[in-house]
Design a binder for this molecule. Structure first.
Ligand SMILES: [Zn+2]
Length: 112
């Protein structure tokens, strides 16, 4: 009686080593994978003592700093849902969802 091979495919195992994709870094705001340009954003502004950083698309960070003051960002902190509750941010995330990860656009900065 022939001995049963192990369920593992020996060749498949070997190939797996090479084809391992980089772990995806997902954008904190929009949840899409980041591309070449990853911004390490401080949810709590550095000037307000924030130490944690989260990966973001440049365009997503741009949207945050355009729509929120430092005080507001500090108040929300790591609570991305609070930021997404903002209609402008919500609209942006829905809009950017189908864009290329490397997509950037110039967002006019609101005068403060
Ligand atoms: Zn993003």
């Amino acid at each position: 009686m022939a001995r049963k091979h192990s369920k593992r495919d020996p060749y498949g195992d070997l190939d797996r080593e090479e084809g391992v994709p980089e772990p995806e870094v997902l954008c904190w705001l929009c949840g899409r994978p980041t591309a070449k340009n990853i911004i390490w954003h401080h949810p709590v502004p550095k000037s307000r003592g924030g130490r944690d950083v989260v990966p973001m698309h440049p365009i997503c960070q741009q949207t945050l700093i355009t729509n929120f003051t430092n005080s507001e960002l500090q108040r929300h902190g790591m609570d991305v849902d609070g930021l997404l509750a903002n209609p402008t941010v919500r609209k942006f995330v829905d809009w950017v969802a189908n864009k290329d990860p490397d997509f950037t656009a110039t967002i006019a900065k609101k005068k403060r």
